[in-house]
Design a binder for this molecule. Sequence first.
Ligand code: BG6
Length: 476
Amino acid sequence: HQKLVPFSKNFLWGSASAAYQVEGAWNEDGKGLSVWDNFVQKPGTTFKNSNGNVAVDHYHRFKEDVALMAEQGLKAYRFSISWSRILPNGKGTINQKGLDFYNELIDELLKYDIEPIVTIYHWDLPQALQDEYNGWESREIIEDFTAYAKILFDAFSDRVRHWVSLNEQNVFIMHGYMLGSHPPAVQNLKRMYEANHIANLANASVIKAFREGGYPGKIGPSFAYTPSYPVDCHPENIIANENMADYSAHFWMDVYVYGRYPKVMLTTLEKMGIAPTILPTDTDLLKQGTPDFMGLNYYQSVTIASNPLDGVSFSGKANYSGEKGTTQEAGMPGLFKMVSNPYLEKTNWDWTIDPNGLRVCLRRISSRYNLPVLITENGLGEFDTLEDGKIHDNERINYLHSHCLAIQEAITDGVEVIGYCTWSFTDLLSWLNGYQKRYGFVYVDRDENSEKELKRYKKDSFYWYQQVIKSNGQSL
Ligand code: BG6
């Protein structure tokens, strides 16, 4: 074993959340509706028809939650701002009460020296913009998203040093326009690649506005990176894995950093007649809006094999219930499919547990894009049991422990890692999987059927991370 390089003394030991998943107060204090407020009303879209109307009531209990963060010793807290709380119609009149809420949250964090990391967009698009011009499918959103981001920069950049532009563009676009499992629940690849290109332009436009405004701090998108391995060394499986790497990773990150799509993937889309419309001026904008860091959301790796033209597609059933082994095979016909990895354990939701995959992501981002990485999400979603006021979540401790070591190995390899935000601080709503799939250091006593009293309990992992932070990673 090589000697591990210690974590830097400014390393941001953090944790994360997103507005829709924690805040609740869905129609209070002037907030407008988001596409998620609307989507969950349709029966059958989420596990047991769960929704974020109340979520874990962070909107009313943020002081209690921040006090728990301070007790744990968090150095950073990543949260997202609800666009329709600031601009109920997505544009136009500002809702002062929305700004007040985030001002108070930021001040409360700073009171305890917890650095706020702000996500500008974590999927809760104002419904008004979806209704007016189909949201991400119209170039009008570029201007509206930039105007919204500028309001946030003007209001908060005196206190916020790290900004996340778009959270997991690859996920909200693929779920929204290919799988149809997130709003606007479309299943159309042509529309998906158009919307995705427009999201790229909006992302670049916001980063460009941040630079031109001379705001202090750094900005970058958070990417959901699921690294892939070929199932074996059969040449067809090697090409399938190349397809997967382009399709699932480079197709987004190359655009963020280099302002261009990977050639092979673009050619494939052109042949299929589903490539996006790229105007000559688009490339300039993309190149002017490149990130300062790559935000990385990492949960699992996948293993890849070849897939014939009449093979499996992404229409297969996903496991939203926590019934192990119910996920069906999925892939892109003619390109690749995902298969089981005999070396890796899986969670009850069939996600592989692979700390090495995190090291792979960090190394690849660092070598391919030469950017520092802020890990904006990583964690274990599992059932937890509350017994006598305690939660013994050893599996979560093991998961986080092994992933922290993988980060340290990557740092030793030469990767610059700014910080590590676990997903999540308190338990929260898992978009499609309800409240039973828990990620937090803090257990919130509620379920899909009842909000109960939403009481907070510290899990064993709370105390474990407290020690990690206190020792700056030496206790690992
Ligand atoms: C990421 C999202 O996709 O993963 C989070 O940014 C999400 O918002 C997290 O909750 C875990 O996913 P899931 O489906 O288990 O809730």
